[in-house]
Design a binder for this molecule. Sequence first.
Ligand SMILES: [Zn+2]
Length: 409
Amino acid sequence: MKRRVIKKRLFFLLILLILPLFFLLPSKKEEEMKDLSTYTKKEVEAYAKEEELELQIEEEYSESVPKDQMISQSIPKGKRFHHKDHLKVKFSLGKIDKNVYQDSHVDELGFVPIMMYHGIYNKKDSETEYTGGNVDYDGYQRTSESFKRDLETFYQEGYYIIPLKDYIKGEINVPLGKSPMILTFDDGFANNMQVIGKENGEIQIDPNSAVGIMEEFKKKHPDYPVTATFFLNAPLFRQSDYEEEIFDYMIEHGYDIGNHTYSHPDFTELTYEEAVKEVGSMYQILEEKLKDHYVHIIALPYGSPYEKDHETFPAILSGNYNGFEYHTDATLQVGWESNFSPYSKNFDPQFMKRIRAYDNNGEGYDIEMNLERLKNTRFISDGDSNQITIKKEDMEYLKENTSRKIVTY
Ligand SMILES: [Zn+2]
């Protein structure tokens, strides 16, 4: 045999030997998750180390799981995982001692701020001639600098931003001792969600637009939720070239879209039929663009009609526009102070108050004044969304029909 042929054969033999190794190696890396329910924290740590898992241990109070026992593991037993995967294991702190509620000033009948924003302008505060971060006299428009500062303030003050749609259902997922807050944007200004172009088929958002700022904030504080509900009129976000991509992005990133009527009328100047058209045609557009991915909530233009007994109000709540049936779960006014707890007797989702997010040196119900007032009156969570914890003396303010467990202290 010629040397060249031998060489060739040796080469193929080598390939045959090496090839299976490539298949073996990755499968060797894959393991089956163990049942960790009887493990102690130390044992979980040792296991995670051995399997090279990125471990995160969390602790929370539990009525049913005794102290130091495992509540849950993020990778279920029997599931295959790879090294470097993230494993979150929750351990119980046992039954909560009611002193903890006392110490954290838990009050789930406290007030909840719903912030009302409009446009966010890519400006510094010093570039406007108005107070603080206001871009116009009334502070309906705000600078990007001040919106960034607002988020930082809310974060520092212990507010957790939750979706408006959760709040109206009483689903308050906020850690123990923290307070819920809601952000809303009206009028669909392009600067709410400004697309500046496309890269590799994905839209790029202006980092100084409202969504851009919120996304940056989320990156900076991965454990902190930031979301908002945007109330649109017929021009939507005024960027028809990117409409579909904008809505896909918003849904994917956990933002909500609601109804601000078709053409932004004052309801007190409309007939019942005109009101049906304004509300129904806007819902129809949302349905067409977003299918089920919009909220049945209306931000009332100018906050009008200012009374629920106005003749147009039934048209705001439900109706039939040219065969298109619609209904509304909640409406928002234009206001100046916080709204009631969803567990309060006074809570009325059909007519909710909002705070104008603006600056006025701590007066005239601006952001600062509202946060100051909330220091003693705000909703403070017990950290359990299935349970309502209130002070004994507040029992009379609690809504009667609730399926959640009630704890008093
Ligand atoms: Zn408006």
